[in-house]
Design a protein around this ligand. Structure first.
Ligand code: FDP
Length: 354
């Protein structure tokens, strides 16, 4: 390496070290209107929530009352973990008196949390899943938080937040935090997908990957095969197909954010299909599937319910669920082709019976 090469490499790495999340967001916002500039403060608050949750998770085994269940069930009928409540409250407290966000809607709360003192200026709503994959918390495996920012429309006087029942293309920004060996924040404001790693010594999220592109095809399929006999035959046929063909490998961590991150970086497909008894599946549209679909499309991939583009789905309720097929374009299309074939066959059978 010549001296010139060495010095330009040093400059490059210094520049990379200096691209903090807040600097990056400000650059992204240059092409946004003046009234959107407060999004940078919103992102800074999300980053603060991420640091607080990350700090708690990194010491969870040592802190009394950090692990285990609270003994209550949430609006979804699921047992609530202490970490779910902690993380949910962290998001609320970082946005209180911020003047930024009028409402917070979370997977853990039946109704949105209103912050009336913010409403005159803060017309955004933050939707979030505070701890995604919480079954991993007690065994020290990766978990995540997912967020989405939408603009509030109307005054929501009856407190039902009906304006949130819109398709996913109306998201202003979306992202997630992955609490793994390192803590990463990945976001998009509709101009590509960018990832940042938390440098604990600086307390800053530093850019490590800009304009992430998902490959058009990847070897990974990520699904809970324990549900095999609960699925429709078409999903079983897809799984039989990957079992019989070379070049596929299975990965499933039980935490959507981690599994999604792997697909985003390496390609392939993540599936959480519906079952015969629960065709809508498990994952929540506003807090999980729509934000991740927004990111995946921004990275050049696709997200589908199996029969419809996920970003076109309009939820009927705040906690509505959708099946999810997400990842590389070609792999999502392959799963969809099995689902279409299954639908065609059942139609034919119905017609021959009648
Ligand atoms: P969890 O219930 O542990 O919070 O969001 C729901 C979710 O985790 C996803 O993170 C994960 O991909 C999925 O459920 C795991 O569900 P299964 O155990 O049914 O596979």
């Amino acid at each position: 390496m010549t001296d010139v090469d060495r010095s330009s490499a040093q400059e490059y790495s210094l520049d990379r070290d200096c691209t903090t999340l807040s600097r990056h967001v400000l650059q992204e916002l240059q092409s946004f209107s003046a009234e959107a500039q407060d999004l940078s403060a919103v992102m800074n608050r999300i980053a603060l929530a991420a640091k607080l949750i990350s700090r708690r998770l990194s010491r969870a085994g040592l802190v009394e009352g950090a692990l285990g269940f609270t003994g209550t069930v949430n609006v979804q009928g699921e047992s609530v973990k202490r970490m779910d409540i902690y993380a949910n409250d962290v998001f609320i407290s970082v946005f209180k008196q911020s003047g930024l966000v009028c409402r917070l809607a979370s997977e853990e709360m039946e109704k949105p949390y209103y912050i009336p003192e913010n409403c005159p200026i803060g017309r955004y709503t933050l939707l979030y899943d505070p701890i995604d994959g919480s079954s991993n918390v007690d065994i020290n495996l990766n978990v995540g938080s997912i967020f989405s920012i939408r603009r509030q429309e109307g005054d929501d006087l009856d407190g039902n937040a009906r304006d949130l029942l819109q398709h996913g293309r109306n998201q202003i920004a979306a992202g997630y935090i992955l609490y793994g060996p390192s803590t990463m924040l990945v976001y998009s404001m509709g101009k590509g997908v960018h990832s940042f790693t938390l440098d604990p010594s600086l307390g800053e999220f530093i850019l490590n990957n800009e304009n992430i592109r998902v490959p058009d095809h990847g070897p990974i399929y990520s699904v809970n095969e324990g549900n095999f006999w609960q699925w429709e035959e078409s999903i079983r046929d897809y799984i039989r197909y990957v079992h019989r063909h070379e070049g596929y490998t299975a990965r499933y961590s039980g935490a959507l954010v981690g599994d999604f991150h792997r697909i985003l970086m390496q390609g392939g497909v993540f599936l959480y299909p519906g079952t015969v008894k629960k065709p809508e599946g498990k994952l929540r549209l506003l807090y999980e599937t729509a934000p991740l679909a927004f990111l995946m499309e921004q990275a050049g991939g696709r997200a589908s319910t199996g029969t419809q583009d996920l970003l076109d789905v309009v939820p009927e309720a705040l906690h509505a669920r959708t099946p999810l097929v997400i990842g590389s374009k070609e792999d999502v299309a392959l799963v969809e082709s099995f689902i279409q074939e299954g639908a065609r066959e059942s139609q034919e059978t119905a017609m021959t019976r009648s």
